[in-house]
Design a protein around this ligand. Structure first.
Ligand code: SF4
Length: 280
C-alpha cells in the first residue's frame, strides 16, 4: 500500500473511532483540537512505521488467574500487549500514553509490569520472547509546537530526535515480588484504604519532568475534590486562603479548556441526530 493510501485509511479509522468515543463518553473536541490529535497519530505512524507494519499479534490479552492476596482474596492480573515476530526475534510492546522523559526516569515501574506479562507469555503460554519495550504515544512538546507553527525544518528536527520506543529489561526473578505488590494493592482496595500521595509529593516535581505532581497528575484526577492532599496543596498556594479556596472549587481546567469544551459540545450532533449508518 502507498503511503498516502495508508494515511487516508488512518484518517478514516480516526474519524470512526472519534465518533464512537464521542457517543460513548459524551465528550466532543473542537475541530482544531481534533486535527491536532490526528496529526499526532500520523506523526506517530511515520516514526514507528517499521514496528507498525510488522506487528503480528495486536492487543494480545494476557491473563494470570487464581492469585491469592495475603488476606486470602482471589484475584486475576490481566494486561494487553502487542507482539512483533520476525525470523530473528520476538518483541513484546506495552503501549503507554506517558511521555518518554517520564518513562525513561521511571523504568523500574514499567519493567515490573512487563516482567509479569513476559512471565505469562513465556511460562504459561510457552512462547519465545527476546525483547520487551514500552511505546510512548505522547505528543512531544517540541514537535507539537513546531507543527502548530508549521515550521517544517523544526518538524524534521523534532521527528529525528523523538524516540517513542524504550527498550526495557525483563527479569523473571522479579515476578514473585511484583505479583506480591499487586496482591497487597488488591487488599488495600478491598479494605477501602485509599491513602493519597503526601502534600510534599504533590509539591515536588514528578520524577524526570519539570512539572509538579499536583499539577501534572492531580489536575487530571477525578478524585481531586475529595482528596485531602490535593485540597491542602491547592489552597495553600495563591494569594490568601479565601481566594485560593474559591479557585480550588472552580477549577474545571484552564479558560481555554472550558471554552473548547463548550464550543465542541455546541457544535456536536446530538446522538438522536446521528444516522447509525454514518458509523461503520
Ligand atoms: S488528587 Fe488524585 S492523584 Fe492527586 S493525590 Fe489525590 S487521589 Fe492522588
Amino acid at each position: 500500500m502507498e503511503e498516502y493510501e495508508i494515511f487516508e485509511k488512518i484518517k478514516e479509522y480516526f474519524e470512526d473511532n472519534y465518533e464512537l468515543m464521542r457517543l460513548e463518553g459524551g465528550h466532543a473536541l473542537t475541530e482544531d483540537v481534533k486535527q491536532l490529535a490526528l496529526t499526532q497519530v500520523l506523526y506517530y505512524f511515520t516514526k514507528l512505521r517499521d514496528v507498525a507494519t510488522k506487528v503480528t499479534d495486536t492487543e494480545v490479552k494476557l491473563t494470570l488467574p487464581d492469585q491469592k492476596t495475603p488476606k486470602g482474596r482471589n484475584f486475576t492480573i490481566e494486561g494487553i500487549v502487542d507482539i512483533v515476530r520476525d525470523e530473528n526475534e520476538t518483541w513484546m510492546y506495552d503501549i503507554k500514553t506517558h511521555d518518554t522523559a517520564y518513562i525513561e526516569s521511571n523504568k523500574d515501574l514499567y519493567e515490573k509490569q512487563l516482567n509479569v506479562y513476559a512471565h505469562i507469555w513465556q511460562q504459561l503460554r510457552g512462547q519465545v520472547l527476546d525483547k520487551t519495550a514500552v511505546i510512548s504515544t505522547a505528543y512531544p512538546r517540541g514537535l507539537k509546537e513546531a507543527h502548530l507553527l508549521n515550521d517544517q525544518f523544526r518538524i524534521q528536527y523534532e521527528l529525528s530526535k523523538w524516540n517513542p520506543l524504550i527498550e526495557l529489561d525483563f527479569d523473571q526473578a522479579k515476578v514473585k515480588e511484583v505479583v506480591a505488590d499487586f496482591a497487597n494493592t488488591v487488599d488495600c482496595i478491598e479494605e477501602k484504604k485509599f491513602k493519597p500521595a503526601s502534600v510534599e509529593t504533590l509539591k515536588g516535581n514528578l520524577e524526570g519532568t519539570n512539572s509538579k505532581f499536583g499539577q501534572r497528575i492531580c489536575r487530571e484526577c477525578d478524585a481531586r475534590f475529595s482528596c485531602a492532599s490535593y485540597r491542602e496543596y491547592a489552597t495553600s498556594k495563591g494569594k490568601g486562603e479565601r481566594g485560593s479556596f474559591r479557585k480550588y472549587f472552580d477549577d474545571f481546567g484552564s479558560d481555554t479548556d472550558k471554552e473548547d469544551w463548550v464550543n465542541a459540545n455546541l457544535a456536536a450532533k446530538s446522538p438522536d441526530d446521528i444516522n447509525p449508518s454514518e458509523i461503520r
